[in-house]
Design a protein around this ligand. Structure first.
Ligand code: FAD
Length: 509
């Protein structure tokens, strides 16, 4: 356990609850922006990034909307919505710039946490092929997707991903897109590397095996107080800080409820657990080199889109298929079955019930997923890898997601699939709820949080200067500027040791 390097009766400037990628990103941003800041970080487990941020608990996709079909829904008139895809692609470029800055500064010792893996979408059947073609054409309107390839030629798909085509019914109509500049990110390694450096810095104290039990506004001193228990010794103490970030992943909702800020009312959580099939056969693992995302089954939630994923975990190539969704009342993988019941309060019971009523197909889907047999799982895998046999795969438990339920004027309560920052009007406390697109967009999410909670400092000349130094495109729109996109991608490719990017035509002309 870390020892306090400074003793301050007044407490730190900032407390971060949870040692996942969100707290790591916020901690590093704050320390870069204000080097004399003091931060305490409390983590209930005895290592960082052991929940959703761990490499085996998430899919490690650097979400850029290159391959994820749920970010490009089809409108009833048949047109394809691309606004969300553009936003996510831009957010990931912001993350890459920040990580490149940290590598260049020597804060991160290497860029092994991010490796190039082509991102592919793969579909079959006339309607899905038509959708993918329209999606491709729509995305081609934005330079952020320049370099994407589209094919309906089975031989071309077989050339890109042989496992996907071997043993497939030859008459089946297929289509695929491929983006060579996709990435796999080991968010666990990245998070741990950030905390490793952070805890060596003056004014930072990272406490493992410390669980935050309660929190309340400090009326006498201002800011927030937390009650934290050392889970090894049972010792309990109260700590105060001017700013409190609840980055507790699935644990955030219950802590936010304890704050009792008006902004927290009406929020609830719906837990969705996940499982993967992990490939054990090295020959198979070596024969696949892509993240291949498909289309979600009708009625299934967007985060359960199946994908056959090459992963690079701690220098070793791996292959995962999934996720298979499931239902558990736990909010954290290492949590308690009482998490869901305990999160239900007078202020959120109505939105939770209404969201439940509006999402009967989802509930039905999750129940059906829970009762899947090994044969059912194999059958889902064979949609993507027709020659698969179960003896080459083992089932692993993925991270736990808590989807946001929020109050809605019209519907009473709605279930959301994104992430949401909830903060108090005075900016003294913020919490991150939700799961997707998550870790890939951590930097944009935390920049948004800083704008809300540190508005004056964010406008100040020193912070603005530093932000532009860390993120070349800060304050500008990559979606509107092809030249800047090219410049940023060349920079991040060079520093993060990713393949050279294909020049964007508007820039080369
Ligand atoms: C199955 C799955 C697949 C995913 N795939 C992707 C993907 O491909 N790409 C992507 O970008 N994102 C993906 N995500 C989302 C991504 O993993 C998360 O958005 C991200 O890891 C969340 O980080 P976090 O720091 O908020 O939470 P976490 O990493 O969960 O960290 C929260 C920490 O808080 C601690 N904590 C909780 N309660 C307390 C308490 N009371 N006191 C002290 N500590 C506490 C926990 O122990 C934990 O260490 C996926 C998630 C899942 C579950």
């Amino acid at each position: 356990m870390a020892k306090r390097k400074t003793s301050s009766n007044a407490g730190p400037d900032v407390i971060l609850i949870g040692a996942g990628i969100m707290s790591a990103t916020l901690g590093v941003l704050l320390k870069e922006l204000q080097p004399d800041i003091t931060i305490d970080i409390y983590e209930r487990l005895d290592v960082a990034a052991a929940e959703s941020s761990d490499a085996w608990n998430n899919a490690g996709t650097g979400h850029s909307a290159f391959c994820e079909l749920n970010y490009t829904p089809e409108h009833p008139d048949g047109s394809i919505e691309t606004a969300k895809a553009v936003k996510i692609a831009e957010s990931f470029e912001i993350s890459k710039q920040f990580w490149a800055f940290l590598v260049e500064q020597g804060f991160l010792s290497d860029a092994n946490f991010i490796r190039p893996i082509p991102h592919m979408s793969f579909v079959w059947g006339d309607a899905n092929v038509e959708y993918l073609r329209k999606r491709f054409e729509a995305l081609m309107q934005s330079h952020l997707f320049h370099g994407m390839k589209y094919t309906e030629d089975p031989d071309q798909v077989a050339n890109w991903v042989p496992l996907v085509m071997e043993g497939r019914e030859p008459s089946q109509r297929v289509a695929a897109t491929r983006m060579d500049i996709g990435t796999d990110v080991n968010f666990g390694a990245l998070t741990r590397a950030m905390f490793y450096q952070l805890q060596r810095m003056e004014g930072i104290n990272l406490y493992f095996a410390h669980e935050v039990r309660d929190l309340w506004r400090s009326k006498s001193q201002g800011g927030w107080k937390i009650r934290v228990e050392n889970v090894t010794t049972g010792d309990v103490r109260d700590v105060r800080a001017g700013f409190l970030f609840i980055g507790a992943g699935g644990g955030s909702l219950r802590l936010l409820e304890k704050s009792d800020i008006p902004e927290s009312r009406g929020y609830g959580g719906f837990p969705v657990s996940g499982q993967w099939l992990k490939c054990l056969n090295r020959d198979i693992i070596e024969r696949h080199q892509a993240k291949v995302y498909g289309k979600a089954a009708v009625g299934s939630p967007p985060m359960s889109v199946p994908h056959l994923d090459t992963r690079m975990i701690n220098g070793k190539k791996e292959l995962l298929f999934g996720p298979y969704a499931g239902f558990s009342t736990k909010f954290l993988k290492h949590g308690s079955y009482m998490d869901l019941p305990k999160s239900i309060q007078m202020t959120n019971i109505a939105p939770m019930l209404m969201a439940g009523l509006h999402n009967v197909p989802l509930t039905r889907y999750l129940i059906q997923q829970v009762f899947q047999s090994p044969d059912d799982r194999l059958s889902a895998l064979r949609d993507y890898f027709p020659n698969a046999s179960m003896e080459d795969w083992e089932l692993e438990v993925a991270g736990q997601r808590v989807q946001v339920i929020k109050k809605d004027e019209e519907e009473g309560g709605v279930l959301e699939f994104g992430t949401e920052v909830v903060s108090a009007a005075d900016g003294s406390i913020a919490a991150l709820l939700g799961a997707s697109p998550g870790a890939s967009t951590a930097v944009s999410i935390m920049l948004d949080l800083l704008k809300r909670c540190f508005p004056e400092q964010m406008q100040s000349e020193p912070w603005q200067r530093k932000l532009k130094e860390m993120i070349l495109s800060f304050g500008k729109s990559l979606a509107k500027d092809a030249q800047l996109t090219q410049q940023v991608r060349e920079y991040t490719s060079r520093v993060l040791d990713l393949p050279n990017i294909e020049p964007i035509p508007e820039v080369t002309r």
